[in-house]
Ligand binder design. Structure first.
Ligand code: URA
Ligand code: SF4
Length: 197
């Protein structure tokens, strides 16, 4: 484990910067390969994650693993984290204050890992990081903002009981790793959306 990431992890575990600390069982720091070419960013821990302190270990996590396997990638090759690190009560969407407060940890994770791409999973991450909405309209696209590259796709939870969306997720993840391969070979990848601010 990378020492700086270990420090973030310890800070997350004891964090009391927003009210979600009052209702959590365990904070859920990001997890995975600190040399990963990609960081996956979900919304917030759910019940299983809160219980165990690990991201994406429930049903949604299973879906993400299946999509990764489709691209020939195993979970431990990548780094997985969330917009907020503590479970919101009844899995409600984290509010603006909670997201803004917790965002500092994500910024730190990104600056240490320096991924080639940041994969945004679903609307909450899309909105929190890029101010976007309607992920189904923008999924599959590459965004550049402040010299960082983002890839947009749906949240794995959306694929539960929906095989069509599972096929969409698989297709997107395969595309994501094709893009990563190109980036590693210093090939230009097409930017679909450019943020100028
Ligand atoms: N959903 C998320 O967004 N994150 C998790 O860690 C688990 C489910
Ligand atoms: Fe801290 Fe984030 Fe948990 Fe809020 S959600 S207590 S900011 S780790």
């Amino acid at each position: 484990m990378n020492q700086e990431l270990e420090t973030i992890k310890q800070n997350v575990i004891k964090c009391t910067k927003c009210d979600l600390c009052k209702t959590r069982t365990n904070a859920v720091p990001g997890k995975g390969n600190f040399q990963s070419d990609v960081i996956f960013v979900g919304e917030a821990p759910g019940r299983n994650e809160d219980k165990n302190g690990e991201p994406f270990i429930g049903v949604a996590g299973k879906k993400l693993s299946i999509a990764l396997n489709e691209a020939g990638i195993s979970r431990d090759e990548v780094y997985i984290t969330n917009i907020v690190k503590c479970r919101p009560p009844n899995n409600r969407v984290p509010n603006t204050n909670e997201r803004d407060t917790c965002k500092e940890y994500l910024k730190q994770e990104i600056s240490i890992i320096k991924p080639k791409l940041i994969c945004i999973l679903g609307n909450t991450a899309f909105n929190s990081i890029l101010g976007g909405s309607e992920i189904t309209k923008f999924r599959g696209k590459v965004v550049r903002k402040n010299n960082l590259l983002y890839f947009l796709t749906i949240h794995p939870a959306a694929t539960i009981y929906n095989q069509k969306l599972m096929d969409v997720l698989k297709k997107d993840i395969v595309k994501l790793f094709d893009l990563i391969k190109d980036l590693k070979n210093n090939k230009e990848v097409p930017i679909d959306i450019e943020y100028t601010s």
